[in-house]
Write a protein that binds this ligand. Structure first.
Ligand SMILES: [Ca+2]
Length: 512
């Protein structure tokens, strides 16, 4: 909405400017004709002043002095003093002036940020504003084994991680193929190959760019959106860049990155290089979502790995949201001078930014409340002292909380400014209006456990089931990747609208 209205304002300003240019051009032409007729090369102001001067000589001598004095204040030779009436000064805000619309009263951690990934923001042809699913989801792929993360590449192509097999599958026409297997993955419990992220930029292995060493990506990597153009320009040679993976290794949870080689339809992964290790691992609470922010930094959600004290320990990488450079170093503006961006988390597994650059995260609660949090740097989200909304000034409360039986929220996507949360135990897709905090449930008990959700192409939303992870009841062909269309929500039904077709009526979550 803000971007659109800003664009409209700029468009109107440009139109006004063009009108001024046209008017000035006409006046200039008239002036030239007059000058030719008189055989003189002088400006319109001079001419006008002379005419006025002649008139006054024939009539009122006392008025002559006043009029000529006024004319001489704008004679040719003075910069800008052409005698053409000056257009009124525009009262429109300058480009880049923030709009006051859409405010929720929550400060932005990065007001100057722009949406960073291709799967944020409304799809092509879709107006800004709240959106919701419409129609029946269609199957894009089946036969996945405990899929965990859907990664849509900016220039086309989709990769999906499998938790237990450590494979990265590529979505191709008619099914799936293997793009590679991440070495060193030691699956156990909730651990295994988890989140994927993408960074455009030159790598030694991909052969893109100028063939610079892999460390060059540190300087050139500026987030997915900033590099999308270079990806498209090199589409014939393949997307190149890096695929990042968060996985459970023998000793710890870790993040590596692998050069992405090949072209869409035959993508492959090169040898991994380490980005970060030492994140506590366990059978449960391994976090695992990674994503590049609009600031070009890599964010990772980590769990407490079964030791609740880690969440409040600023010296531990567990129970945190981490922020790092593309090579895993500490950005100079992190709140504690470490990789810790926020703390007091139990097991966050979803992360996404809205159009204002605000970071949202989904989090598994213990036994009472699951959470959707708005993340600000340095804030304490309460675990293990608080679960859900605590009204304790020491902790930042969630914006939305759900009963754990209705959620167990993993992947998080933002389309426009509408949030979608993939719920495992709740077996549904939660839709949250970021401006009101109202949550509605979709596809309840329809497709089983949902692990991840991302914005798809052309006004669609993609989500993947997670029925083969040992905790679900897989149907033949599970797990599946689905696509469903999203459309603008029709007011005033927002938040209470019932999905069409066979979808069960949505339930409203407890929202603050
Ligand atoms: Ca909390």
């Amino acid at each position: 909405m803000t971007a659109q209205s800003t664009a409209l304002r700029h468009g109107a300003t440009s139109a006004t400017a063009r009108g001024q240019v046209t008017a000035q051009g006409q006046v200039t032409a008239q002036r030239q004709v007059t000058a030719q007729r008189q055989g003189q090369r002088r400006g319109a102001a001079q001419h006008a002043c002379r005419v006025l001067g002649r008139l006054t000589l024939l009539s009122l001598l006392s008025a002559v002095t006043v009029l000529l004095a006024a004319c001489t204040s704008g004679v040719p030779g003075t910069p800008g003093g052409t005698g053409v009436p000056t257009a009124p000064t525009s009262t429109e805000p300058a480009p880049g002036t923030p709009s006051s619309s859409g405010a929720t009263g929550v400060p932005s951690p990065d007001p100057g940020a722009q949406p960073g990934e291709p799967n944020t923001g409304p799809g092509p042809g879709m107006a800004a504003g709240p959106v919701e699913p419409t129609g029946e989801p269609v199957v894009l792929a089946s036969g996945l084994e405990a899929p965990w993360s859907i990664l849509r590449l900016p220039g086309g192509g989709t990769l999906i991680s499998e938790r237990g097999t450590a494979r990265v599958r590529e979505l191709v026409s008619g099914g799936l193929r293997d793009a590679g297997t991440v070495p060193g993955v030691v699956p156990r419990g909730e651990g295994g190959l988890l989140g994927l992220a993408y960074l455009a930029g030159p790598t030694a292995a991909s052969g893109t760019g100028t063939g610079a060493s892999s460390s060059t990506a540190r300087e050139t990597g500026s987030g997915a959106s900033g590099s999308a153009a270079s990806v498209e320009a090199g589409a014939s040679a393949g997307p190149g860049g890096w695929v990042y993976a968060y996985f459970t290794g023998a000793e710890s949870n870790q993040i590596v990155r692998m050069p992405l080689t090949g072209t869409v339809g035959s993508l492959a992964l090169g040898s991994p290089e380490p980005v970060l290790s030492g994140i506590p691992r366990a059978g449960n609470h391994d976090g695992g979502r990674i994503r590049f922010g609009p600031d070009g930094m890599l964010y990772a959600t980590t769990g407490d790995a079964g030791d609740t004290a880690r969440a409040q320990d600023l010296g531990s990488l567990g129970g945190k949201i981490l922020r790092m450079t593309p090579t895993g170093t500490v950005p100079p503006d992190n709140p504690f001078g470490t990789l810790v961006y926020s703390y007091g988390h139990r097991n966050p597994q979803g992360i996404a930014w809205d159009s204002r650059g605000r970071l949202w995260a989904s989090e598994f609660g213990q036994s009472t409340w699951d959470e959707l949090n708005l993340i600000t740097p340095g804030a304490d989200y309460g675990w293990p002292e608080a679960e859900g909304i605590a009204h304790d000034s020491r902790y930042t409360d969630p914006v939305v909380q759900w009963r754990t039986s209705e959620a167990s929220p993993s992947g998080l996507a933002i389309v426009g400014d509408t949030l979608f949360v993939a719920a495992l135990r709740g077996e549904r897709l939660w839709r949250v209006d970021s401006s009101t905090g109202v949550a509605t449930a979709w596809f309840v008990n329809t497709f089983g456990r949902l692990r991840d959700v991302v914005a798809g192409p052309d006004g669609t939303l993609w989500f993947v089931t997670n029925n083969t992870d040992g905790r679900g009841t897989p149907a033949p062909g599970d797990d599946r990747l689905y696509s469903v269309r999203v459309v603008q929500t029709s007011p005033p039904a927002r938040g209470t609208r019932v999905a069409p077709g066979a979808n069960p009526p949505p339930a409203t979550a407890v929202a603050r």
